[in-house]
Design a protein around this ligand. Sequence first.
Ligand code: PLP
Length: 383
Amino acid sequence: MANKNIPLVDLKAQFDFIKGEIYEAIKQVLESQCFVMGEEVRLFEKEFADFCGARHCISVASGTAALHLALVACGIGEGDEVITVPNTFIATTEAISYARAKIVFVDIDPATYTIDVDQLEQSITKRTKAIIPVHLFGHPANMKRIIEIAQKYKLKVIEDVAQAHGAKLHGQSVGTFGDIGCFSFFPAKNLGAYGDAGAIITNNDVFAKHIRLLCNHGREKKYEHEIEGFNYRLDTLQAAVLRVKLKYLPQWIEARRKRALYYKELLHNLPLIIPQEAPGCYHAYHLYVIQAQKRDIIRTSLSQQGIETGIHYPLPLHLQNAYRYLNHCKGDFPVTEACANSIISLPLYPELSDRDQYDVAQTIHKVLSFEQARKAITIGGTN
Ligand SMILES: *Cc1c(COP(=O)(O)O)cnc(C)c1O
């Protein structure tokens, strides 16, 4: 059978498009021999803050570092509880543990894969200090309700925006609704560096100043340390790469949205759940996640055609060995668990062609109509 060779993400296609500018940007950093902080980093922070419509941006070494610093800046520590979801990448909860706080899970809303705001209040205790909503797959969490609840209980809100650069709610960028927004620029993210990188945005001057100190050994001057901090700075080379890519981000997100719309057209009428956009939301489509009863059969058929898929995420965090100590069991977060058994991430990136998308959809159509026919025969036989 013809191998179509369609990857889940194609970073090489993007690189080919911006190669000239990237080489030039890297060359300039090499010529300057400035590798930590400096002008490129300062300019990237300014440009990324503008892109998000935030007052401050502090660039950091990774998305995980961003989340950790955000929690420290909010004063979260031993004995505090932080609420997040079990269907996220482990970095979200690792950061809570780094801050020595306790992880408290709340299940997700099946329509958006983000925190179920109707279950949020019942998980708040006297020890709860913060909520970390995750804008998973690029879809905004219900920030209006989250902020209302946070204000009622005087909780901090730290947004995990690692998958949602450019996503908006009523025209406002996610990451600017809570106290602090945390981004990852891991290479495969919608805005990806050529290594690890991340950023924090905030409109709060006090948090911004504190985080800037924390990420650079607690200093303002070279050998004068106001506090003990971390080495969580962004590399200059990464800032230079990110500045080139940031210029294209709006058009790349638009291209992702067009691809998502085309999938919607191609996959309609099939027994699948396709991604939805809640009212007022601008989905950034970091991942195109569908749900199917016949998940594994579909994945196998796509794979046989050379079409790569993913599962984000196959084992929810509350069932991971790393969190056995939290004493959760199967059934604790039924929506997350049901999703984990039926989700498939389809190839989606700006450079994907109509033809490739059509082939992905055709393969799914074939599998499902075959399965339907098989079922009809089986039912006919038993009658
Ligand atoms: C990628 C990701 C992170 C962590 O980012 P790193 O830059 O890899 O440290 C955090 N949260 C979510 C939801 C992510 O997808």
